[in-house]
Design a protein. Structure first.
Length: 179
């Protein structure tokens, strides 16, 4: 007697598309991660550009401050009257009154003097400054009680800005004493 063997093959069940759905979900998640990474990189790029611009503006303002201090070191004549005038290449202003709005905060104050331009091309910054005479009744060395000499004091105010609100703006002040 012969036995017949019937071979049965298993038929795969009908696919329901689960692999496709999972693949699409993974693609969506990776796309969202990519977009978030690109936005983060763009933000960091803007921050780096603004930090560079702020640094350039600070250096230009400091340069103008040092330039004005060097002119003050040349011992300019005391200002005459009120207001501001150019004295020996220096924009020198009279002693401010305590009741006056500080000149650097007064938007109508227009006696800023341009200093040497820093940088070149689109990165060029022309800082401005003015110097206020504060008087002669200040001790040169407050700790020296024997030789209590009086010195002249000047307040040097410098700023850098391009008047377009597109760049960083920096303002610095120093008090400078000379004999």
């Amino acid at each position: 007697m012969k036995t017949l063997f019937l071979q049965r093959t298993k038929v795969a069940p009908a696919q329901k598309g689960v692999a496709l759905i999972i693949s699409l979900i993974l693609l969506l998640v990776m796309s969202l991660l990519g977009v978030a990474a690109i936005r983060g990189i763009a933000m960091e790029e803007r921050m780096a550009g603004q930090t560079y611009d702020r640094s350039l503006a600070f250096q230009a303002t400091e340069s103008a401050l040092r330039e004005a201090e060097a002119l003050v070191e040349g011992k300019p004549a005391d200002p005459v009257g009120s207001g501001c005038a150019v004295v020996s290449g220096l924009m020198l202003c009279s002693t401010p009154l305590a009741s006056d709005t500080p000149r650097w905060m007064n938007s109508s104050f227009s006696d800023w003097k341009d200093a040497t331009t820093v940088g070149s091309g689109t990165l060029a910054v022309t800082p401005q400054y003015f110097v206020e005479f504060l008087g002669t009744g200040f001790p040169c060395d407050p700790s020296d009680n024997i030789n209590n000499l009086n010195c002249k004091r000047y307040r040097v105010t410098a700023r850098s800005r391009d008047n377009t609100d597109g760049r960083a703006s920096v303002m610095l002040q120093s008090i400078y004493a000379i004999d």
